[in-house]
Design a protein around this ligand. Structure first.
Ligand SMILES: Nc1ncnc2c1ncn2[C@@H]1O[C@H](COP(=O)(O)OP(=O)(O)OP(=O)(O)O)[C@@H](O)[C@H]1O
Ligand SMILES: [Mg+2]
Length: 425
């Protein structure tokens, strides 16, 4: 590896393609010899969790896999995940307490970009001043102003992190450009990118002979997207398997269910911190009169006071991945809450809990094909971590039986496509 000299620019400005994901981020560039380099951002792994951890005892800030490990091992501090979900919302400018310091969520995104940039530069051996940022088809559904604000905020964060030249490309188009490197003749493809926060679809005409063209807009036949992804699956499965153990859907002595807002916050990655405020704790404490079974209330209070929200959701996510891989069942390991408390997530229950979300995702895929005016596509190219979800794959296959299902690079594909995108511009 060449020696790293901070601030030294390569002879020609190389562009860092950055896939800033809800759950994971990845980066890639085309080097001076024209070779694609996907940056191993997290040890040997290409993707790094989009996570920031403020360790309160040491007053240090950790990023990526280190942030997740520190948090899950029980080190005192504050974890932030799903920062992308906040882009375009008013929360971005709100201040939050991080290691005794008031920081805006925006400042935390900047810190994350700075760290990612530093990792990429250490790997490449030179500085990057140009960034090609991926963006979902919709950051925010049905709200063009907030959607534009989300992109502007993303760009501003990259600029504050030190990038001077910024361009954007839609994430599914980037995924398609990566796939195109591997096809040998003209093909129509539905690119399906099911990530942590969004599901994006693009129908694109691929042809390796056209891949050198700068402007490929004519080959993009349709794009659609919906704000549903793996973190929504985590929330639904958390509500289905774990939250009932804390009183969700519990019918109290007065014959009424316990108010459910506390459980919704506690099972939504980017809202969990709101459950720990003094006001929220007070509200939860007062709920005890609504519980017929006080043990459930005691467990809820324990989860809130000991701040187990992310840990519970991470246990659900692990069970989701295990269950989706095996197709059978997996335990949700909640020993930190109560030794031996391991509710089982069954594949059939998972499919049922996610049925309506999966149906919306598949409908959005079908709308994309319909908008393209093609009767059908030759191939369905799957990318994004959640594209491994079995019930989702089954539903897609059923909806498009004539198309080849191609499993792409689940985590590095979009970043690779972003690197190609700029090399063509
Ligand atoms: N084998 C698997 N089975 C099911 N889900 C998985 C698997 N592996 C990862 N996931 C899920 O994939 C999601 C992360 O995917 P990915 O890294 O593509 O998202 P992202 O790019 O961060 O999100 P987005 O593109 O929506 O901003 C997480 O919700 C994770 O739980
Ligand atoms: Mg993604």
């Amino acid at each position: 590896m060449p020696e790293y000299m901070p601030g030294r620019a390569p002879e020609r400005s190389l562009v860092l393609g950055i896939d800033f994901g809800t759950s994971n981020s990845a980066a890639a560039y085309i080097d001076a010899t024209g070779t694609l380099r996907v940056v191993p951002l997290d040890g040997a792994r290409f993707e790094m969790p989009t996570a920031v951890f403020f360790a309160s005892e040491t007053h240090t800030v950790l990023f990526g896999g280190e942030a997740m490990q520190a948090y899950l091992s029980g080190i005192e501090g504050r974890l932030l995940r799903s920062l992308k979900s906040l882009l375009g919302s008013a929360l971005m400018d709100e201040y939050t307490n991080a290691n005794g310091q008031a920081l805006r969520f925006f400042d935390i995104v900047v810190l994350f970009f700075k760290d990612l940039k530093r990792r990429a530069e250490t790997h490449a051996g030179h500085a990057f001043s140009h960034a090609m940022l991926g963006r979902p088809v919709h950051f925010v559904d049905d709200n063009p102003e907030r959607d534009a604000l989300a992109q502007e905020t993303l760009g501003r964060a990259a600029r504050e992190a030190g990038f001077t030249h910024i361009a954007y490309q839609l994430e599914p188009i980037a995924a398609a450009l990566d796939y195109e490197q591997r096809v040998s003749h003209e093909t129509t493809v539905l690119v399906v990118d099911i990530g942590g926060g969004t599901s994006d679809f693009t129908v694109i005409r691929l042809n390796p002979q056209r891949s050198a063209l700068a402007d490929r807009r004519a080959d993009i036949l349709a794009t659609t997207g919906v704000h549903i992804g793996g973190t929504d699956f985590d929330r639904l499965l958390d509500l289905d398997t774990v939250m009932p153990l804390l009183g969700y859907r519990h019918i109290g002595s007065g014959g009424r269910p316990v108010p459910n807002s506390v459980f919704f916050d506690l099972s939504t990655w980017h809202l969990i911190h709101q459950s720990y405020t003094r006001k929220a704790l007070h509200f939860a404490k007062e709920l005890w009169t609504d519980f017929a079974d006080r043990r459930l209330h005691a467990r809820l209070m324990q989860a809130l006071q000991e701040q187990h929200g992310h840990r519970m959701l991470a246990a659900v996510e692990r069970a989701k991945i295990a269950c989706s891989t095996s197709g059978t069942a997996a335990p949700v390991e909640l020993d930190f809450l109560n030794p031996g408390l391991n509710p089982v997530l069954h594949a059939s229950a998972m499919a049922e809990a996610l049925q309506s979300s999966i149906a919306q995702v598949v409908q959005c895929a079908q709308e994309c094909v319909a908008q393209s005016s093609l009767k059908q596509v030759d191939a369905v190219y799957l990318t994004g971590g959640s594209s491994a979800m079995r019930p989702l794959m089954d539903a897609l296959r059923k909806a498009m039986p004539q198309a080849d299902m191609v499993q792409g690079d689940r985590f590095g594909g979009v970043a690779a496509g972003l690197a190609y995108a700029k090399s063509q511009a």
